[in-house]
Write a protein that binds this ligand. Structure first.
Ligand code: A5P
Length: 243
C-alpha cells in the first residue's frame, strides 16, 4: 500500500469520473497510473451490473481491463471487416484519461507513457472527454520541466528532430532501458523541452506541418470536464464551449 497521498487523490478523482458513465455506453479507456484507477473503478461498476464496452488506448490498458472484467470492443470483431470498430459511426460516448499537465484553459500535455496517438484518436472520437488528475498536474502554463512528447516516423527522425527545434526548444529521442522507445504503432517519440507553451494551439499547428510528425502530445480545447483529486476533496471543472 503506497503512502503517497497523490495516489489517494488520483483514486478519488477516478471514482468521481466513472459516475459519468451510463449503461450501454462505449467508453474510451486511457493509459497511465491515473487511468488505471479509472479502469479499476469502472470494473467495480461493471461487477454490479453496468453494461459497457471499452476502447483501450494501449495494450497495457487492454490487459488490465480484460483482467478486471470490462468487455472490450476489440475482442468482438465487427461483422463487416470494413466497418469502423466503434459501432459504425466512429464515435465513443465518453473517454476518461489522465494527463501530464493541465493549463487553466484545460489544455493538456499527454504522452508521458507513450500512448498519445491512440489517446488522441479516442479523445477526438469521444462525445465527452473527461480528464482525471491529482492537483500536482495543474500548471499556470504548459511546458517547463515536462517535455512535450511528439510521435514521429522512424525514417529520417533526426531530420524531423532538427525541424522541430526550429520551432524552439531542445529535442531528445526517448529511450527506455538503453534502447530507443518504440510506440505500439511502431514510431519513435521525440521529447521537446520548451520553457513555456503559452500558445499551445499555434504550436500544435506548427508541429503538425513538419514531415515525419505523426502526432503531438498537445491536447488543445479537447477537455470537456476536468476532475482533480486534491487534499480538500475532488474538484470538478467543466469547459464552457466545446472545441
Ligand atoms: C500516457 O501516454 C499518458 O498520456 C498519460 O495519460 C499521462 O502520462 C498521465 O499518466 P499518469 O496518470 O501516470 O501520470
Amino acid at each position: 500500500m503506497t503512502t503517497d497521498p497523490r495516489e489517494q487523490y488520483k483514486r478519488q478523482a477516478a471514482q468521481a469520473a466513472v459516475q459519468y458513465v451510463r449503461d450501454g455506453q462505449i467508453v474510451g479507456l486511457g493509459t497511465g497510473s491515473t487511468a488505471r484507477y479509472v479502469v479499476l473503478a469502472l470494473a467495480e461498476r461493471v461487477k454490479t451490473g453496468l453494461s459497457i464496452r471499452g476502447v483501450p488506448t494501449s495494450r497495457e490498458t487492454a490487459e488490465l481491463a480484460r483482467r478486471a472484467g470490462i468487455p472490450l470492443i476489440e475482442d468482438v470483431p465487427p461483422s463487416d471487416p470494413h466497418a469502423c470498430e466503434w459501432d459504425g459511426d466512429c464515435s465513443l460516448d465518453v473517454a476518461i484519461d489522465g494527463a501530464d499537465q493541465v493549463d487553466p484553459g484545460l489544455n493538456l500535455i499527454k504522452g508521458g507513457g507513450g500512448a498519445l496517438l491512440k489517446e488522441k484518436i479516442v479523445a477526438s472520437a469521444a462525445r465527452q472527454f473527461i480528464i482525471v488528475v491529482d492537483d500536482s498536474k495543474r500548471v499556470p502554463v504548459l511546458g517547463g520541466a515536462m517535455p512535450l512528447p511528439i510521435e514521429v516516423v522512424p525514417f529520417g527522425w533526426g531530420c524531423t528532430a532538427r525541424l522541430i527545434e526550429t520551432v524552439g526548444g531542445k529535442v531528445t529521442l526517448r529511450e527506455r532501458e538503453g534502447r530507443v522507445f518504440v510506440t505500439e504503432a511502431g514510431h519513435y517519440i521525440l521529447d521537446l523541452y520548451l520553457e513555456r507553451i503559452p500558445a499551445p494551439e499555434r504550436l500544435e499547428a506548427q508541429l503538425n506541418m513538419i514531415p515525419g510528425v505523426v502526432e503531438t502530445g498537445l491536447f488543445v480545447r479537447r477537455t470537456d470536464l476536468l476532475i482533480v483529486g486534491t487534499p480538500r476533496g475532488v474538484l470538478q471543472e467543466a469547459r464552457s464551449a466545446k472545441r
